[in-house]
Design a protein around this ligand. Structure first.
Ligand code: WTA
Length: 654
C-alpha cells in the first residue's frame, strides 16, 4: 500500500452499544493481553477452566521451540473428553436448546433444528456404530461428507470414543481422498450417497469407491443416505448408517482422553511436496477454539451464530463445530452455496434464522458484491450484530461493501487472521475493544506474540511502520503439535528458517499505530478463493500427464478468487499445443486434485526461465503472470534470457 493510501485508511471505532455489550472492552483487552504474555502459565491455567476436565491438570505449559527438539504440550496431565464438553455438560441447562440449525441446499426443503439432547443421542448412536465396526481409541476415521448434521455427529462420535478424525473436503477427487485415507492409515471412511450443492450433486459414494480401490481392503465404508441416489454396494465393506442408527444405543460413555491425545488430523497444503497432516490435540485446542469463538464474535447466550465455511476446512472444525458447541451456542450449518438459487441466499438465510453473527470469506463477499446491492437490500438483516471474515486478505472495497451494505454501518467486522496450524484466531479486532480498519487484522489475541522479522537476517524488526515476515514468539494452546507421521517435517517447515519462532509463511506489516496487516504468503502457497493450494501440488499433477514435460505454477491477482492459478506448461517434443489439450489438462488437474485446483490460465512455454544451476526463477514467472513486465528484477543469472522474451511475447490475454 502506498503511503497516500495509508493516510486515507479510515478507522471505524466501535459504537457505544457494541462496547457496552461486549465481553471485552479496550481496557479489559489491554489488561488481559498483558497478563497473557507476561505470565502465560497463570493466564492459561485460569482460562483452561472454561472447559470441563475429568482429571484437572496440574501442569499448564511445557513448550520447547528449539529446532531439533521441538515439543509442544498444554495441560499435559489433564484428562477430558471433547464430545462431553460439547454435549453432556449442556444437557441439564440447555438440553432443549437448538445446538445446530441445518439449512439445506434447496431452500424449499425444510431446515432442521437439532437440540443439544438430540445431538447427544445422534452422536452416541454414531459412536456406537463406529465401535461396532471395530473402531477403537487412537484409530483414524476419514470423514468425506456433505454439509449435513451427520458430519457433526461423525466428528463428535470420533471424539467420544477417542478416534482421530481426518475430514476430507467433499470437493476433493478420489485420488486426493485415497492419499488421505492411506496417509493416516484409516480404518473407516464415513461418506454419503451424494452431496447436493448449488442444485448439483457430487457422487460422494462412487468417489469413495474409486478411492478405496487404492486403499487396503480392510478399510470399511459407512454410508449416510442424503439423496437416496443409486450407489453400488459391497457387502462386508459397506455399512448402512441409517439402518444401523435405528438399532444403535442412545448412550455411549465418553472415553477419558489425555489433553495431548490427538483429536484430529487435517491435511493442508504447504510450499513443498504433498499436503501434510496437521495434528491438533484435545485439551489446548478446545480451550482455544471455545475462547476465541466467544470473544472474537462476542457470542452471548441465545445468539444465533453462522459460519459459512465447510467442515472440510479448519474454519468448519473450530468455528462451526467445536468452538460453538463447547460454548453451548446455536450454530448454523449450511449445505449450499452463496449464489443458489440466486445471489440473495446468504441474506435470506440470515433473515430466516435471525442470524446475529455472520462469518464468511472475502471471495464470497467479492462475488456477491458484483451481483448488485438489491440482493442484499431486499432482505431484513436487522438481526446482524457482528460480521466476520477469514481465509485471505480482504481488499478495502469488499470490506467497505460488507460494512455498509450488509452491516448497514453498524456491525463491527472481525477480520480474523489464522491458519490450519494455529487451531484458532491469532489476530483479529475484538468487537468492543478495537477500532477496525478495512483490510487489517489489527491486534493479536490473548497469548499471541506476533513478531515481524527481516526475511534475510531473521532479526526482529521493532517499532511501528515496518514490514517483514510474520513469526510468532512462544506457543498458544491451539497450536498444532506435529505433522502426522513426520515430526521432522513439522520442525523443518515451521521452526527451521527462523530459529526460536513459529514461522507462519505469511508476510506482514505493522502500521504506524501498531496494527497488523497480512500481506499474503511469502512461500509457494497460493490462496484461491480462500483455499490453500501448494503450487508444487498443481505442478506435480500437470507433469503426471503424458503430454507434459515440465510445468511451473504461480498465483496471479484474480478479482473474485483473490488469486488465480497460472500454469506455464512445456510440452513433450512430440506434442503440439492446442485448445483441446488445454481443456484436457484443466480436466486432468481437476481429476487429480479436485475442482478447486482447476487452472485459470495455461500458457504454453517452450522453455522455463532457469538459473544456470537449473532452478526455475519463479519470481520472473510471477511478474509475467501479474502482467508486470517492467520490474522483472535481476535477470542476469538466467541461463537463457530469450526464454523470458518468449513468455512475455506470448503471455495469455496480454
Ligand atoms: C491466509 C484458514 C489475510 C494466510 C483459517 C494464512 C488470511 C492462510 C486471513 C491460512 C486473514 C487466513 N487475512 N490472510 N484474515 N486468514 N489468511 O490454513 O495466508 O486454510 O497463512 O486457514 O490463509 O489458510 P488456512
Amino acid at each position: 500500500m502506498t503511503s497516500a493510501a495509508q493516510a486515507e485508511t479510515k478507522v471505524y471505532p466501535p459504537s457505544a452499544e457494541t462496547v457496552a455489550r461486549a465481553h471485552v472492552d479496550a481496557e479489559k483487552y489491554a489488561r488481559m493481553y498483558e497478563e497473557s504474555v507476561s505470565d502465560p502459565e497463570a493466564f492459561w491455567g485460569e482460562h483452561g477452566k472454561r472447559i470441563d476436565w475429568i482429571k484437572p491438570y496440574t501442569k499448564v505449559k511445557d513448550v520447547n521451540y528449539d529446532f531439533g527438539s521441538v515439543s509442544i504440550n498444554w495441560y499435559a496431565d489433564g484428562t477430558l473428553n471433547v464430545s462431553a464438553n460439547c454435549l453432556d455438560r449442556h444437557l441439564k441447562t440447555r438440553g432443549d436448546q437448538t445446538a445446530i440449525i441445518w439449512e439445506p441446499d434447496d431452500p424449499n426443503d425444510e431446515a432442521q433444528h437439532i437440540t443439544y439432547a438430540e445431538l447427544h443421542r445422534r452422536t452416541c448412536r454414531m459412536a456406537n456404530i463406529l465401535e461396532s465396526m471395530g473402531v477403537r481409541k487412537g484409530d483414524r476415521v476419514v470423514i468425506y461428507l456433505p454439509m449435513i448434521p451427520e458430519a457433526a455427529y461423525a466428528m463428535l462420535a470420533c471424539a467420544r470414543i477417542g478416534a482421530i478424525h481426518s475430514i476430507v473436503f467433499a470437493g476433493f477427487s478420489p485420488d486426493a481422498l485415497a492419499a488421505r485415507i492411506n496417509g493416516c492409515d484409516a480404518k473407516v471412511i464415513i461418506t454419503a450417497d451424494e452431496a447436493p450443492r448449488g442444485g448439483r450433486k457430487t457422487p460422494l459414494k462412487s468417489n469413495a469407491d474409486a478411492a478405496l480401490l487404492h486403499c487396503k481392503d480392510t478399510v470399511k465404508c459407512l454410508v449416510v443416505k442424503r439423496t437416496g441416489g443409486q450407489t453400488t454396494w459391497i457387502d462386508g465393506r459397506d455399512f448402512d448408517y441409517n439402518e444401523m442408527a435405528l438399532e444403535a444405543d442412545d448412550y455411549c460413555a465418553p472415553a477419558e482422553m489425555n489433553a495431548e491425545d490427538p483429536l484430529f488430523i487435517l491435511y493442508t497444503s504447504g510450499s513443498t511436496g504433498q499436503p501434510k497432516g496437521v495434528v491438533h490435540t484435545t485439551g489446548g485446542y478446545l480451550v482455544y477454539a471455545s475462547m476465541t469463538h466467544e470473544i472474537t464474535f462476542d457470542y452471548h447466550d441465545g445468539d444465533i451464530y453462522w459460519c459459512t465455511a465447510d467442515v472440510g476446512w479448519v474454519t468448519g472444525h473450530s468455528y462451526i463445530v467445536y468452538g460453538p458447541l463447547a460454548n453451548g451456542a446455536t450454530t448454523l450449518m449450511f449445505e449450499g452455496v452463496p449464489t443458489y438459487p440466486d445471489a440473495s441466499r446468504f441474506w435470506q438465510v440470515c433473515e430466516k434464522h435471525k442470524v446475529n453473527q455472520f462469518y464468511t470469506a472475502p471471495t464470497a463477499i467479492r462475488a456477491l458484491m458484483g451481483q448488485g446491492n438489491e440482493f442484499v437490500e431486499k432482505c431484513d438483516l436487522s438481526s446482524l450484530r457482528i460480521l466476520g471474515t477469514v481465509g485471505e486478505p480482504i481488499n478495502p472495497e469488499a470490506w467497505t461493501w460488507y460494512h455498509e451494505v450488509v452491516g448497514k454501518g453498524k456491525c463491527p467486522i472481525v477480520d480474523t487472521w489464522w491458519q490450519t496450524e494455529t487451531g484458532g484466531h491469532m489476530m483479529t479486532p475484538l468487537p468492543g475493544a478495537h477500532a477496525t480498519k478495512p483490510g487489517s487484522a489489527m491486534k493479536p489475541f490473548f497469548g499471541v506474540q506476533p513478531v515481524v522479522l527481516d526475511p534475510q537476517s531473521g532479526v526482529e524488526i521493532n517499532g511501528n511502520g515496518v514490514e517483514g515476515v510474520l513469526c510468532i514468539k512462544d506457543s498458544w494452546p491451539g497450536q498444532m503439535r506435529t505433522v502426522w507421521g513426520d515430526h521432522e517435517r513439522f520442525e523443518k517447515t515451521y521452526f527451521s528458517d527462523y530459529k526460536g519462532y513459529y514461522f507462519t509463511g505469511d508476510g506482514c506489516r505493522r502500521d504506524e499505530d501498531g496494527d497488523y496487516w497480512i500481506t499474503g504468503r511469502v512461500d509457494d502457497v497460493i490462496n484461491v478463493s480462500g483455499h490453500r493450494m501448494g503450487t508444487a501440488e498443481v505442478e506435480s499433477a500437470l507433469v503426471a500427464h503424458p503430454a507434459v514435460a515440465e510445468a511451473a505454477v504461480v498465483g496471479y491477482p484474480h478479482d473474485i478468487k483473490g488469486q488465480g492459478i497460472y500454469c506455464y506448461v512445456t510440452l513433450m517434443n512430440d506434442r503440439e499445443p492446442s485448445e483441446e489439450l488445454r481443456k484436457e489438462l484443466r480436466q486432468w488437474v481437476r481429476t487429480e486434485i479436485g475442482p478447486i485446483a482447476s487452472p485459470d490460465v495455461i500458457q504454453w512455454a517452450p522453455g522455463l526461465p532457469k538459473t544456470r544451476s537449473g532452478k526455475i526463477m519463479r519470481r520472473i514467472l510471477r511478474k509475467i503472470a501479474e502482467n508486470d513486465f517492467g520490474s522483472l528484477g535481476d535477470t542476469s543469472t538466467l541461463a537463457d534470457p530469450s526464454v523470458v522474451e518468449d513468455l512475455i511475447e506470448n503471455r495469455a490475454n496480454k
